[in-house]
Design a protein around this ligand. Structure first.
Ligand SMILES: O=C(O)CCC(=O)C(=O)O
Ligand SMILES: [Fe+2]
Length: 224
């Protein structure tokens, strides 16, 4: 994974449980809408319904399949971070997200960004302290007509996980892979890698957990 910056693991959760978790997510959004700010919607960056949800909150809401999916993602996160010497934290809560179809999308972005600065004005640094993104998809019977592939661009800086990427790997010309959001599929990638959700025609649900790198940015960015 470290040489290319991402990995996909299939059938980590059985299709039945993924289907049940997806129903729970859809039920939650149907009942309560989303607490997530619509800033990013207004700016045309993303058009999913999305919010933060912890395992205990999922259980309290009776979303037990979702809770077990969050637990699974966190366990994968803990396994992954055990393989590094550096200090990482697995975020306590997940992001839950459903794209309602109709061409909804999440435009190309990095979950973290490295901003090289002129050293005479400001230190270079990362935008936040996400190191790895771990996603699980919950979409049984997904077909190519449903769209919604996760497109991951470019190459990764490899070890250590937050090695800045050369800027040209982030250019529009960089190569990409498309991964379908299949039920039970887990995708892990370096949070610096650019990625986007291609136009979604079906209803596409996913859970995300981020792994944080403990560093000076922690003070700057807080625990969000
Ligand atoms: O759902 C996906 O495949 C990716 C979502 C994403 O990029 C994000 O929430 O930052
Ligand atoms: Fe992202």
């Amino acid at each position: 994974m470290l040489s290319q910056g991402f990995a996909a693991l299939d059938e980590i959760m059985c299709a039945q449980t993924a289907r049940a978790a997806r129903l729970e997510l859809r039920g939650l959004f149907h009942r309560y809408g989303t607490r997530f700010t619509s800033e990013t919607h207004r700016a045309g960056i993303r058009s999913d319904l999305c919010q933060c949800l912890c395992e205990h909150e999922a259980n309290a809401l009776g979303m037990h399949h979702t809770a077990s999916a969050i637990r699974m993602l966190k366990a994968i996160g803990h396994e992954l971070t055990r393989t590094f010497d550096e200090a990482f934290t697995v975020a306590p809560c997940a992001q839950i997200a459903c794209f309602p179809g109709g061409g909804t999308f999440y435009q190309r972005h990095g979950d973290n960004l490295y901003q090289p600065m002129d050293p005479s004005t400001a230190p270079s640094g990362f935008n936040n302290w996400r190191a790895f993104t771990i996603l699980m998809y919950l979409n049984p019977a997904w077909t190519p007509d449903d769209g919604g592939c996760l497109r991951i661009y470019g190459e990764c800086g490899g070890v250590p996980p937050l090695t800045p990427l050369p800027q040209d790997t982030l250019s529009a010309k960089s190569s990409f892979v498309d991964l379908e959001p299949l039920a039970g599929r887990v995708v892990v990638f370096n949070s610096l890698l650019h990625h986007e959700v291609m136009p979604v025609m079906g209803i596409r649900c996913a859970l995300t957990i981020w792994i944080w790198k403990e560093d000076a940015n922690r003070e700057k960015f807080g625990r969000s």
